[in-house]
Design a protein around this ligand. Structure first.
Ligand code: SAM
Length: 280
């Protein structure tokens, strides 16, 4: 059977290399190259960009990114079993695919990439939110990336784009929307994956803002939202009391009722709190 890029179909590749899915590595593979092309296109025009992909696996999304014209793809894969398959893709697209057999949490990717950089990935569930938080909270802004196009469990995607007052609003919504704009661009059912996960998935497209919406120190803001949403049903005067000896006064000074709950506080409110705790 022929494919759009002239490489063998993914099912054949997986069977030939014995790539049975490893649950501990969060392996749910996308098999449909039309679908991976659609995901790659959500990242916009890639022809003048380097693309960072975490967890290429057997390379369905990698192939789409290259076929869509990415200038270069840096793919970081922890599972060495995938390397021969990725090497064959690299041969098919000479000088455009660099593969690192590494843990994505331990690589300094900026050293391997030239701007502009877009990140596109079907993230392993066990490190997905950790990577997202790291990409969103570097000390220096703007970050190394221009956009992030990422697949998550649908529930996590909903948390990223949630607005105040909704049940999904929390740490991920604030840390994302403070410095970037985010929207859900695709929903993907379990049957699209091998093996099918138990949950629905969604692709989120995040574009960095050149400047944060409201000034704040990222470490303080991260601490405030972690404490506030760590105990989201509690009043803020209780959930934040470990952050300052007179938290009620700090809350009142920035115009937030100490009896309010975290889910009703806007991003502007959390940034004001972070500034009051650590004046710039
Ligand atoms: N991109 C492929 C696709 O869409 O079919 C595979 C996606 S699968 C959900 C996640 C991939 O991330 C797996 O190939 C897994 O081996 C890899 N992975 C898991 N943990 C990793 C880590 N810490 N660093 C790099 N890759 C990792």
């Amino acid at each position: 059977m022929s494919t759009i890029d002239g490489l063998p179909p993914l099912r054949e590749v997986i069977a030939e290399h014995g790539l049975s899915a490893n649950k501990a590595l969060g392996q749910n593979f996308l098999m449909d190259l039309n679908l991976t092309a659609k995901i790659a296109r959500q990242a916009g025009d890639l022809t003048a960009c380097d693309v960072l992909e975490i967890g290429p696996g057997p390379g369905g999304l990698t192939r789409a990114l290259l076929h869509e014209g990415a200038r270069k793809v840096l793919a970081i894969e922890k599972d060495a079993r995938c390397l021969p398959v990725l090497a064959a893709i690299s041969d098919h697209y000479p000088d455009r695919l660099e593969v690192l057999n590494a843990d994505a949490l331990k690589v300094n990717v900026a050293a391997h990439l030239s701007p502009p950089v877009r990140v596109v990935a079907n993230l392993p569930y066990n490190v997905g939110t950790e990577l997202l938080i790291r990409w969103l909270t570097p000390q220096i802004w703007p970050p190394f990336w221009d956009s992030l196009t990422l697949m998550f469990q649908k529930e996590v995607a909903q948390r990223i784009v949630a607005v105040p007052g909704s049940k999904s609003y929390g740490r991920l919504s604030i840390l994302t929307q403070w410095r970037a704009s985010a929207r859900i661009v695709m929903e993907i059912p379990p049957q699209a994956f091998t093996p099918p996960p138990k949950v629905n998935s969604a692709v989120v497209h995040i574009e960095k803002r050149d400047r944060m919406l409201f000034p704040a120190d990222e470490k303080t803001l991260t601490r405030v939202v972690a404490a506030a949403f760590g105990q989201r049903r509690k009043m803020l005067r209780a959930s934040l009391k470990g952050l300052h000896p007179d938290m009620e006064m700090i809350l009142t000074n920035v115009g937030i009722k100490p009896t309010e709950r975290a889910e009703n506080i806007s991003i502007e409110g959390f940034c004001a709190l972070a500034r009051a705790l650590k004046p710039g």
